[in-house]
Design a protein around this ligand. Structure first.
Ligand code: NAD
Length: 476
């Protein structure tokens, strides 16, 4: 059994669950301890006790720990990538790229520890000095989803530690493997007891305990809107900081003047790579009418040729869907889209491979309307819809006609339209002639509307969430 990490000690539990490979359900990767309320509370207590010590720790110590962890992650990228591909199902090259990203994030925040700074501002009063400094928030609860099992934990844990906070980390139930490997690396990198705690277990128990505990000063959450709403409601009575990253229904607009090859590549990558299980996936393809048929024809050909298979098979372009429940959700969305008048132009069927996994041929549904369910709700699978529009103005209106606001893309050779789209797309991230998914690790990440709440993640902007600002006035 892979144990919990509480107060610097590995802790086993009476109950453990198997980590199942979605490419081959007969492959049980390992058994992972399942924390209950008491273990979650012990982890929170340890993090609270370690707060004072860690907030006063030297920056060199924090730097060295983060750097050590980042270097080990990078050195073991192939092995950790293999584990990630096995437990989550993205293909090996994507999994290794994700691990690499996680390693670089740790190195980035190792550097950020040495760039902590405040401000000295002139006072309006003669002789008075004003200093603005940043202080740690305290105990940070981290609740993560399954679709980026190492990158999302990395971009929450590394800044939390960098800015002097202690951590209670609860990974998603489906992906305890990468979380455990990360905890092991941090532990051996020299994180003091209590500063970083890992509690694997069910959201309804471990996560809920975290939400209810007043000793948690901030929660950074990535996952579904429903759980995000719970985090928000439970946090208000404690007046704790929250950062919520939730779903997306990201539009990719293709205009008549687009380079067709680039547009098709953006759509294939953005909609289907990582099995479409990305919050930034291009799930709505909004295409102007003069290019519509050529674009759909070329895209359908590419989508049909995508090879779905075992995540570790070098010939696979796309891995399996993460589990049976997600597969059922994907199929339901496809069925409802067809019932509402959509045309299944490519894929959409469950395919058999040598191993027993959740293999779904990527689905392209055309002739859809903005008000159909497939264009309103997040599918979170390899399913994309096409909406035909007259012109740029209608494309922009349809792109913004959603409660989500994470990312939006446009494929065009027009400076006028790309500039206008960058200004008017109601999202946190805009892509021009690039897939909506695939972002840098050193710049802000996040959305608007119902996709995100709170300050941005990643880059130096993460300091907004992981610190509190103090203003000090001094008179000689
Ligand atoms: P989820 O909401 O089911 O679970 C997310 C986390 O919350 C898990 O760790 C889960 O155990 C925990 N949780 C569940 N119930 C809880 C409760 N009552 N109290 C506290 N914690 C609880 O989401 P998921 O299925 O793991 O992830 C998929 C979702 O994540 C999608 O909607 C996707 O768009 C979103 N996502 C968003 C981003 C982003 O940055 N915007 C990135 C990746 C994924």
């Amino acid at each position: 059994m892979k144990p919990l990490l509480i107060n610097g000690a590995w802790v086993t539990t009476s109950h453990a669950t198997g980590n199942i490979n979605p490419s081959d359900v007969s492959d049980v990767i390992d058994e992972y301890a399942q924390a209950g309320r008491s273990e979650a509370q012990a982890a929170i207590a340890a993090a609270a006790d370690a707060c004072e010590m860690w907030s006063r720790s030297g920056l060199q110590q924090r730097h060295d720990i983060l750097q050590c962890a980042g270097q080990e992650i990078l050195a073991r990228k192939d092995e950790l990538g293999n584990l990630l591909a096995r437990e989550e199902g993205k293909i090996l090259s994507e999994a290794i790229a994700e691990v690499t990203r996680a390693g670089r994030i740790f190195l980035f925040y190792a550097g950020e520890t040495l760039r902590l700074r405040g401000e000295v501002i002139a006072s309006v009063r003669p002789g008075v000095g004003v200093e603005v400094t940043r202080e740690p928030v305290g105990v940070v609860g981290i609740i993560a989803p399954w679709n980026f099992p190492i990158a999302i934990p990395a971009w929450k844990i590394a800044p939390a530690l960098c800015y002097g906070n202690t951590v209670v980390f609860k990974p998603a139930e489906l992906v305890p493997g990468c979380a455990w490997a990360l905890a092991d690396i941090l532990h051996r990198s020299g994180v003091p007891a209590g500063v970083f705690n890992l509690v694997t277990g069910p959201g309804a128990v471990v996560g809920q305990t975290m939400l209810e505990d007043a000793r948690i000063d901030a929660i950074t959450f990535t996952g579904s809107q429903a759980t995000g709403d719970r985090v928000a409601a439970a946090s208000l009575p404690h007046q704790r900081k929250i950062q919520l990253e939730m779903g997306g229904k990201n539009p990719l607009v293709i205009l008549d003047d687009a380079d067709l090859e680039i547009a098709v590549q953006c759509a294939v990558d953005g909609a289907f790579f990582s099995t479409g299980q990305r919050c930034t996936a291009s799930s709505r393809l909004i295409v102007t009418e003069r290019v519509h048929d050529r674009f759909v024809g070329a895209l359908a050909e590419r989508v049909s040729a995508l090879r779905v298979g075992h995540a570790l098979d070098a010939s696979s372009d796309i891995g399996p869907v993460v589990d049976a429940a997600q597969l059922a959700q994907d199929l339901d969305h496809i069925a409802v889209a067809r019932a509402q008048g959509g045309v299944l132009r490519a894929g959409g069927e469950v395919v058999e491979r040598e191993t027993n996994g959740y293999f779904l041929q990527p689905a392209l549904v055309t002739e859809t309307h903005p008000d159909m369910r497939i264009n309103r709700e997040e599918v979170f699978g390899p399913v994309a819809s096409v909406v035909r529009v007259r012109d740029y103005d209608e494309a922009l209106a349809v792109a913004n006609d959603t409660e989500f606001g994470l990312c939006a893309g446009i494929c065009t050779t027009s400076l006028k339209y790309s500039s206008d789209f960058k200004k008017k797309a109601q999202v946190g991230m805009v892509m021009v002639n690039l897939p909506t998914a695939g972002v840098d690790y050193h710049v802000p990440f996040g959305g608007s509307k119902r996709s995100s709440y709170g300050s941005r993640e990643q880059g130096s902007y993460a300091a907004e969430f992981f610190t509190r600002v103090k203003t000090a006035y001094t008179s000689p």
